[in-house]
Write a protein that binds this ligand. Structure first.
Ligand code: SF4
Ligand code: SF4
Length: 84
């Protein structure tokens, strides 16, 4: 399992600051931040600690198992971001 960021993300990067494995990207100083519509969780690096969830004020971060049907495409979109 991993955690997934969905399209209500407002890119305030609050989750980035609390993630112990630094697996949420793009960060503000990385290429692609301005163009990104949201941030993404690297499912390979995520250790499922859940620390990012309470940090997010827009409730955009969900455990994979809790992603509702209409948000399921974001599971693949988070993975796809790291395949470049
Ligand atoms: S669950 Fe933990 S490791 Fe995974 S993205 Fe959130 S803070 Fe990072
Ligand atoms: S804390 Fe939530 S809204 Fe902010 S960047 Fe992370 S996922 Fe997006």
């Amino acid at each position: 399992m991993a955690y997934v960021i969905t399209d209500s993300c407002i890119k305030d990067s609050l989750c980035v600051d609390v993630c112990p494995t630094d697996c949420i990207h793009p960060k503000q100083d990385e290429p692609g931040f301005e163009e990104a519509t949201q941030l993404f969780v690297d499912p390979v690096e995520c250790i499922d600690c859940g620390a990012c969830v309470p940090a997010c004020t827009s409730d955009s971060i969900l455990a994979v198992d809790d992603v509702p049907e209409d948000k399921k495409p974001f599971i693949e979109r988070n993975t796809a971001f790291f395949k470049n």
